[in-house]
Ligand binder design. Structure first.
Ligand code: BES
Ligand code: MN
Ligand code: ZN
Length: 494
């Protein structure tokens, strides 16, 4: 979508559609009040008659409003509060976009960033407006003969004041950068396992490298991974004909020598469970098991677009998890790069097996902090559903910063405990550590406890995105989360 900013006499604006807020209790937003003045009380009369109640998400599309130059006026309900809650603001934006798309509107001037939002400044509102619009305009058309495009393809963000324009322009660029990163993450998540293979992810990283001078990519193949003694990572790839890849992206936006933030993303391009085969229903969804990797790639794109002054390293272990004659079997013992031996009691707990070696590998980048992102456990979907990512870590300050970034971006996470009582559930009679604990209790936490055995030397946190990375039902598909959270976190580091 194309975005511009607009500062002009609002009643004189000629556009396909002008988008303005109205509140419950027949109250108009400041912009709507100005328009109503020129329209001789037309909008007030509509509210009085009850054609729109003003609840968040209500919309009413009007044509040829007297006294106004715009062709259409879209009234959008903004609720009762004088200061709108940030999450309600998102709902309002989405409702406005949906109404415009349903009406086939191509161009609009959007005044919703002039609404007061609790604790948020203009830049935040504009960035969120743009990111939300990009998210709504996203379509996955790659395999469709008749691609469906979103009607709306140009929006001007209206600024009430001339002095707002510069900040709004910058905020538009930020929203577009995050939107682009999130769309890339969605594309990769939506691509099927027969196309989005480990080498496809590596090629994608190389495409990113070509595009941005500040990004350097290194791809290691099976031979290199073997030389690194990543016995745990390799054990997952054994059942597959597709070879694994270890992908590293270095984004150098900061000073040389500044310790990087390291992001490690689970890149299982299809998770059948391996010999511990998953049940058939919804197994197709396991093509999304590389959404951690996708969020790392998306985040790197977003921060490279924004030219963020920071150093960031992305590490992606990429593999399939399939059964086969040489696949790893339950009971097999492997030795990880860290030297710790692992008894693989369930080959479906493969994410942690690839992440542990990637986390050990990451030491060479001397991370300031390290965050792994993974569709790691079904238990996380049970615990938190689709609203919050699971967040666990060994460093309180890091966990707090990630929680805050989640709140600010609307891409929320929720902290779960990493107590030693949980860690004690990980006991093996045959190796240093088993890859699963005895029972199903606290599956998200025991998975993180496993990872914590490999991150003792770091300020480390883990995001379990099994629930948040995709939606099912009518909206089935990748969400691009937690790109907004990660970008917000990295911006807060600058
Ligand atoms: N990729 C899955 C986790 C998952 C499940 C993500 C459902 C999204 C939706 C992971 O590799 C897995 O299979 N985990 C097992 C762990 C168990 C064997 C301890 C799980 O959650 O069932
Ligand atoms: Mn699995
Ligand atoms: Zn998995």
């Amino acid at each position: 979508m194309k975005f511009t900013t607009k500062q002009a006499e609002i009643t004189q604006l000629s556009t396909d559609c002008l988008v303005v807020g109205v509140h419950e209790g027949k109250r108009l937003s400041a912009v709507a009040e100005t328009l109503d003045g020129a329209a001789g009380g037309f909008i007030h009369a509509i509210l009085k008659d009850g054609d729109i109640k003003g609840k968040p998400g209500d919309t009413l599309l009007l044509r040829q409003v007297p006294g106004l130059a715009c062709q259409r006026l879209l009234l959008v309900g903004c609720g009762n509060d004088h200061e709108i809650e940030p999450n309600v603001y998102g709902k309002i934006l989405t409702a406005a976009g949906a109404a415009m798309n349903a009406a086939g509107i191509k161009r609009a001037v959007n005044t919703l960033a002039t609404l007061p939002v609790k604790g948020r400044d203009l830049a935040w509102k504009v960035t969120e407006l743009v990111r939300n619009a990009e998210h709504q305009a996203y379509r996955f058309n790659r395999f469709k003969k008749d691609p469906q495009e979103c009607a709306l393809h140009e929006q001007a963000v209206y600024c009430a004041d001339k002095s707002d324009v510069t900040a709004a322009k910058d905020a538009v660029a930020v929203g577009q950068a995050i939107g682009a990163g999130q769309s890339l993450a969605r594309d990769l998540g939506n691509l099927p396992g027969n196309i989005c293979t480990p080498s496809y992810l590596a090629d994608e990283a190389k495409r990113i490298e070509k595009h941005y001078d500040a990004v350097k990519v290194k791809v290691l193949d099976k031979k290199d991974i073997t030389e690194l003694k990543m016995g745990s990572f390799l054990s997952v790839a054994r059942g597959s004909h597709e070879e694994p890849r270890l992908i590293t992206l270095q984004y150098n936006g900061g000073n040389k020598g500044d310790q990087p933030q390291v992001l490690v993303g689970k890149g299982v391009t299809f998770d059948s469970g391996g010999i511990s085969l998953k049940p058939g229903p919804a197994m197709d969804e396991m093509k999304y098991d590389m959404c951690g990797a996708a969020s790392v790639l998306g985040t790197i794109v977003a921060i490279a677009e924004m030219k963020l002054p920071i150093n960031v390293v992305g590490v992606i272990p990429a593999t399939e998890n399939l059964p086969g004659g040489s696949a790893t079997k339950p009971g097999d013992v492997v030795v990880s790069m860290s030297g710790q031996s692992i008894e693989i009691l369930n080959t479906d707990a493969e994410g942690r097996l690839i992440l542990c070696d990637a986390l050990t590998y990451a030491a060479r980048f001397k991370p300031a902090r390290i965050i792994d992102i993974a569709t790691l456990t079904g238990a996380c979907v049970i615990a938190l559903g689709k609203h919050a990512s699971g967040l666990l870590g060994n460093d309180e300050a890091l966990v707090d910063d990630l929680l805050e970034a989640g709140k600010l971006s609307g891409d929320r996470a929720w902290n779960l405990p990493l107590w030693t009582e949980y860690d004690e559930q990980l006991k093996s009679n045959f190796a240093d550590i088993p890859n699963i604990s005895g029972g199903r209790d606290a599956g998200t936490i025991t998975a993180a406890c496993f990872l914590s055995r490999f991150t003792k030397d770091y300020h480390w946190a883990h995001l379990d995105i099994a629930g948040t990375a995709w939606l099912d039902g009518a909206e089935k598909g990748a969400t691009g989360r937690p790109v907004p959270l990660l970008v917000q976190y990295l911006r807060s580091r600058c």
